[in-house]
Design a protein around this ligand. Structure first.
Ligand SMILES: [Cu+2]
Length: 133
């Protein structure tokens, strides 16, 4: 009488789940800031906030009250933001913008256009308008 033995080999597969993305931790103390230029900043457009996205301002047009401020908030990309004519009194260009926020206060009524020199021009491409009433 023969006895057979069977050996069973079990193989286990271990899968590793890789998680991509995720928000960078900003330790600079700048609200919404990132030094990587990646799209990791939540931004709610409107109510005085202009989200600076990869090639657009959101919203393109925004209306605030006289004496109020607008805040540009970085979402993605590196930009250079300048105001066009007519210039609002006391409002300076923002210039290099690739992180954090920048606010400007408008003390006179009017319609004030601006654009990103990297992704747009006067009234074209990455541009926007601030209406003060
Ligand atoms: Cu730009």
């Amino acid at each position: 009488m023969n006895t057979r033995r069977l050996a069973a080999i079990a193989a286990a597969l271990i899968g590793l789940a890789a998680c991509g993305g995720g928000g960078a931790t900003n330790s600079t103390g700048v609200t919404g800031g990132t030094t990587g230029g990646t799209n990791n900043n939540a931004c709610t457009p409107g109510d005085g906030t202009i989200c600076v996205q990869s090639t657009t301002f959101n919203p393109v047009g925004i209306t605030i009250s006289k004496g109020g401020s607008v805040t540009f908030q970085e979402v993605q990309g590196a930009h250079f933001i300048v105001f066009d004519t007519p210039l609002a009194t006391g409002v300076s260009n923002i210039g290099d913008f690739s992180s954090g926020t920048a606010s400007r206060t408008f003390t006179e009524v009017g319609t004030f256009p601006y654009h990103c020199t990297i992704h747009g021009g006067v009234g074209t491409g990455m541009h926007g308008t601030i209406t003060v009433q």
